[in-house]
Design a protein around this ligand. Structure first.
Ligand SMILES: O=C(O)CCC(=O)C(=O)O
Ligand SMILES: [Fe+2]
Length: 251
């Protein structure tokens, strides 16, 4: 396997079925992971674990071009959504740009969830991906149109399907937006269960803050929420390394 995901590739490349771990349980999916390239030394010790460049399969030969174009379009779209969120929160339109997501870290996962009965019994688990929240600002999920497998938890704790609507993305809120907005935006708890008779494929784009951003509630959100910052400052890259390394298990 030429594009196998390893520690040496900074966790980029192909992840086999059962290699992704959520809350200490193996997820029943396989994926190709592409992450923002990080040149050696760019973020010093903070970025060491995730330094590296993406691994591209030989076939299809246009894979790299198509995916890089997709990433560029989704980065633009996410920036626009963040501008809308900034205005909705009563801040300046560029509130989530310079120093926050001026040079946003991004990730893409192309995920395949098999039909459960096709998986050898010892590898079978009950979730394609266990319940979690995403780490960054926004996630744009592009899912198969004809099947329901992504579930989100509503405020009463009930799981509901995020039914696909052709031509649309499901947009999840991530942990960093919760902090920046001082809790006004809450991250969406979600999971994937493919109980159908078809393989399910999703292309998931994560739009994050700058890798080295010190994330803390922004002034105009603090003012709106009792003038007390409810969250401690976190460095996004540190949080990502902690979370990503748990997810990718022993490689
Ligand atoms: O495949 C999906 O619909 C969602 C995947 C997901 O939640 C993730 O990769 O964080
Ligand atoms: Fe997720």
């Amino acid at each position: 396997m030429k594009i196998k995901m390893t520690r040496q590739s900074g966790y980029r490349g192909y992840q086999k079925l059962g290699e992704n771990i959520t809350k200490e349980k193996r997820d029943m999916h396989e994926a190709i992971n592409c992450l923002t390239p990080i040149a050696p030394g760019k973020y010093g010790d903070l970025g060491k674990t995730l330094e590296g460049y993406n691994l591209w399969p030989e076939y299809p030969s246009n894979f790299k071009v198509v995916l890089e174009n997709y990433i560029s379009l989704l980065k633009d779209l996410s920036r626009k959504i963040m501008r809308g969120i900034a205005l909705a929160l009563g801040g300046p339109v560029d509130a989530f740009e310079r120093g926050i997501a001026g040079d946003p870290y991004w990730a893409v996962r192309l995920i395949s969830y098999p039909v459960s009965s096709d998986v050898p019994e010892e590898k079978r688990t009950d979730t394609g991906m266990g319940s979690h929240t995403d780490y960054g600002l926004l996630t744009l999920v592009n899912q198969d149109d004809d099947m329901c497998a992504l579930e989100v938890q509503n405020r009463s704790g009930v799981w509901i399907h995020a039914n696909p609507i052709p031509g649309t993305f499901v947009c999840n809120i991530g942990d960093m937006l919760e902090v920046w907005s001082n809790g006004i935006y809450q991250p969406t708890v979600h999971r994937v269960i493919n109980s159908s008779h078809q393989r399910r494929v999703s292309a998931v784009f994560f739009y994050e803050t700058d890798f080295d951003a010190a994330v803390e509630p922004v002034e105009f959100c603090v003012e709106k929420t009792g003038s007390v910052a409810k969250y401690e400052k976190v460095v996004y890259g540190e949080r990502l390394v902690q979370k990503a390394c748990c997810c990718f298990g022993d490689l």
